[in-house]
Ligand binder design. Sequence first.
Ligand SMILES: [Zn+2]
Length: 238
Amino acid sequence: MTGMRKAVVITAVVLLVAGIGVLGLYQLTNSRTYQLFGELVHRVETQEKVVALTLDDGPTDLAPEVLRGLAELRAPATFYLNGNDLAARPELGKQIRAAGHELGNHSYSHQRMALVGPEFVRREVEDTDRELRAAGQDGEITFRPPFGKKLWTLPSYLAEHDRVTVMWDVEPDSGVDHDAATIVRNTLEQTRPGSIILMHVMYPGRARSRAAIPGIVTGLREQGYRFVTVSELLKLRK
Ligand SMILES: [Zn+2]
């Protein structure tokens, strides 16, 4: 091989390896089931027909409507809330907690947390915890990364502070804009004992998700499922 051709081949190999590395890191930031440090739970291995409904973002003006729906169903949920929304509407956090639901930490400002520094991570986690405590959340506070994104600093901070990262294994309203009946059907098909369902109900554009909740709760109960909060579900892990 001439020196020139050798250089071209070496450059191609280096670019290929770098590309695979970047792709691998990107997939790692999005993984629902794995992170580099600390404990990540996306479902709990159990024979018991228990399931946790988790509702991300907010609180917003739609929180009271969501609470009324859950109260009619007598179903507990876990709300992963953002610190800045809680700080703006502290009474909504208190209402959610007073209705018997669990509050989780979904960061302060809902930014992607794959490539962020340790000080940013500390503030996002701790400032949100402070709002959650003020809303009445006692006991363990689990963390759910915004957009599910994490890489190095976030998992290492959570691991250092004995915090559990909670992801999900059923996400019926992510991606495609399904109607309520499809959201219900997909959820009933995909839920297994120990599943964690992720839904978004806090935005005006999410009427279909809000409308799907009664069908999900009654449908899963007909299959023998019992709804629990995330911390109740975590007690069942081995
Ligand atoms: Zn979110």
